[in-house]
Structure formats: C-alpha cells, structure tokens
Design a protein around this ligand. Structure first.
Ligand code: S3P
Length: 169
C-alpha cells in the first residue's frame, strides 16, 4: 500500500511526505532523490545535458515501478505532465494533491536556496506562473484528495491528511 503526494514545486511533497512517513512508521520514497541516484547527477545538470523529455521518461519509469513500494511517495512537480502518468494516478486509490497559492509556492521555492529546480531557479514569477497554470487542472484530475497548504504548518497538514484519508483509520 502506498500514498502518492502530488503538487507544484514548493507544495511540500518532500517535507509532508517525510513527516507523514515518520508518523505512520513507514518509508518515504522521494522520486527526485531516486532519479538523482539513477542518473548520477543533479536534476539541473540532467535537464541541461539531456532535456526535459528525457527526464520525463525516467520519471514515468519510476512511477510505474512505484506500484510495488510501500509507504509515502513524494513525486516531482511535473509528474502530471504525461498522459500515461495521469492515467496511472487516476487509477490509484490514494493520491493527495498538496495545493497552495502561486505567491506562496514562489515564496517557498525562492527561500529554498539549493537552486536544484531547473524550471524555477532564475525564473521570474511570470515565467513560473506559465508553468503552473496549465498544471492546476491536471493535479486536480489526478488526485482523490486535495489539501490546501497555503497558510498551514506542516504538522497541521499531516494531521489533516491523517484525519481525512480513510486508509489510515
Ligand atoms: C519539476 C519539479 C521538481 C523536479 C524537476 C521538475 C517540475 O520536483 O522533479 O525539477 O517539472 O515541476 P519538485 O516538485 O520536488 O521540486
């Protein structure tokens, strides 16, 4: 059994995934981390050398392989970009969309000084908005549960998920 977290960059997929896994005494599987281990370089370097299409293919493979994983899965923000991934997510019973207002997402991404996101680092708010807007409906369509995280603390978001997701009760 696993729970999949989706949402835009800065939505909290990694942080909430870690806290949720701790609370449930289970594993967290972070797609970006798994991919970095497989490709042997940073995602930014991979995008620069091989392009986003190639990255998306790896991401789809990792998603397909995740069927056998137990625990909490933190996806990358672009997981909803491919049709086959959308179908996979729509057929999965436990997909949670961590949603937040764009201003808040940008604020969180800017605060994250790791500079690891090729689609956000050194981009203007307008450019990030262009990436974000077409994705909103894809996140919504792909999830069974939507949690607005805009003004909430991570611990409260985790509690809300525990309260709302039947599989934990
Ligand atoms: C991406 C989001 C990133 C990472 C890659 C592409 C995206 O993950 O997978 O940089 O297209 O939104 P996070 O959402 O964990 O930052």
């Amino acid at each position: 059994m696993n729970i999949i977290l989706i949402g835009f960059m800065g939505a909290g997929k990694t942080t909430i995934g870690r806290l949720l896994a701790e609370k449930l005494h289970t594993e967290q599987h972070d797609f970006d981390k798994i991919i970095v281990e497989q490709i042997g370089m940073s995602i930014a370097d991979y995008f620069a050398s091989y392009g986003s299409e190639s990255f998306r293919k790896i991401e789809t493979k990792v998603l397909e392989q995740s069927l056998t994983l137990d625990g909490i899965i933190s996806t990358g923000g672009g997981i909803v970009m491919k049709k086959e991934n959308q179908h996979f997510l729509q057929g999965h019973p436990n997909v949670i969309y961590l949603k937040a207002d764009l201003d808040e997402l940008v604020h969180r991404v800017v605060l994250d000084k790791r500079n690891v996101r090729p689609l956000a680092s050194s981009k203007s708010i307008d450019e990030i908005r262009e990436v974000y807007l077409p994705r909103i409906s894809l996140y919504e369509k792909s999830a069974n549960l939507v949690i607005d995280t805009t003004t909430k603390k991570p611990e409260d978001i985790v509690q809300e998920i525990l309260d709302k997701v039947e599989v934990f009760q």
